[in-house]
Design a protein around this ligand. Structure first.
Ligand SMILES: CCCC/C=C\CC(=O)SCCNC(=O)CCNC(=O)[C@H](O)C(C)(C)COP(=O)(O)OP(=O)(O)OC[C@H]1O[C@@H](n2cnc3c(N)ncnc32)[C@H](O)[C@@H]1OP(=O)(O)O
Length: 294
């Protein structure tokens, strides 16, 4: 039986049967290294752990793996809550894989954006209670993953020389967040903070992210995952239908809008990214990232 590595520790066959949970692979062979899924046999909380070194950037395959993992967890009716976490120390998710945007193949670029939109549908619209365990940087599309969850727990910056940051920094790179991501930001932190954050491409340190409501709680690094899992237990006990209906009060119109304009959104993204000016910016940004290392 193929089970993601973390599941072996957390859920043995006997436990799974007692809990009425089916123990099986949550990731097909192609995906299993990018995303690990586990279920706590005692609490029924699922944890999806992004596992794409070095920075969990969202490539086409990574987006697909995340969607596959969410759908497979959702297909288990006994599971009510999900934690989204990272296996990488210091990085939750570095956003879109910028190499996907650089000199792209048209077909792959279309599929890539489609798969990124799909995460929005699957995570933002999930029937599950979703908790983000943000133990590291979460810029741009990394922030979108966190925004798509119901509750965000971030590593505290106190005492850290290089605290983690979170936010939508697209404008700093010379690109623009899609409207549906912009509205996620506005809906979460309010119009004024979102305007400031989007216009200036701000990346917030944890204490500031907490102050503007971008995250809900800060805890020491070693507690992020366990605290998120405890929170997931709490959310999982709320009557599921009422909880989902409440979530949809806030989110359904946004989800429906993207569903109705999905193709136009994809067309716009492709024409924006393949534009010569955008390509120069993306090329320069990629170089700056690798220069930073050398
Ligand atoms: C067009 C509309 C789209 C709008 C929607 C979303 C836009 C996006 O998501 S764009 C992506 C925005 N992301 C960022 O700006 C983050 C960039 N990365 C970083 O700032 C740092 O890497 C980070 C703070 C996340 C982690 O820092 P370090 O731990 O110090 O790692 P390194 O910087 O040394 O990076 C290691 C390695 O990873 C490569 N890398 C980093 N980020 C990305 C990325 N987003 N895509 C692809 N590759 C990335 C980096 O170049 C290094 O590679 P090597 O030099 O080959 O080791």
């Amino acid at each position: 039986m193929l089970v993601a590595t973390l599941s072996k520790r957390l859920l043995r066959v006997g436990q799974a049967k007692r809990c009425g949970l089916s123990l099986r692979s949550f990731s097909d062979a192609k995906d299993k290294d990018l995303v690990l899924t586990s279920i706590d046999g005692d609490t029924g909380v699922a944890t999806i752990t992004m596992n794409q070194a070095p920075v969990n950037s969202l490539s086409l395959e990574m987006c697909q793996a995340i969607t596959t993992a969410i759908k497979e967890v959702e297909s288990q009716p006994e599971i009510q809550s999900l934690v989204l976490a990272s296996s990488l120390p210091g990085v939750f998710c570095a956003g879109l894989d910028i190499t996907e945007l650089h000199k792209p193949d048209e077909k792959r670029l279309t599929d890539f954006w489609h798969s990124f939109q799909q995460i929005y549908f699957d995570l933002y619209g999930s029937r599950l209670a979703t908790i983000a365990a943000i133990a590291g940087h979460a810029p741009a599309a990394g922030c979108m993953l966190a925004l798509s969850c119901d509750y965000r727990i971030m590593v505290s910056g106190a005492g850290s020389k290089k605290p983690s940051t979170i936010g939508l920094n697209e404008t700093k790179l010379g690109i623009v967040a899609p409207s549906w991501l912009g509205y996620q930001y506005i809906d979460t932190i309010g119009q004024r903070q979102a305007e400031l954050g989007l216009s200036l491409g701000l990346l917030h340190q944890p204490e500031q992210a907490l102050a503007i409501g971008l995250v809900d709680e800060l805890v020491p690094r070693e507690e992020v995952l366990s605290r998120a899992q405890a929170e997931a237990v709490k959310w999982g006990k709320i009557p599921a239908k009422a909880r989902l209906a409440s979530k949809m009060l806030a989110r359904k119109a946004r989800l429906d809008h993207l569903a109705a304009t999905r193709k136009e959104d994809n067309d716009f993204f492709r024409s924006f990214v393949t534009n010569e000016t955008a390509q120069k910016i993306i090329d320069g940004y990629l170089q700056s990232l690798s220069k930073k290392k050398s």
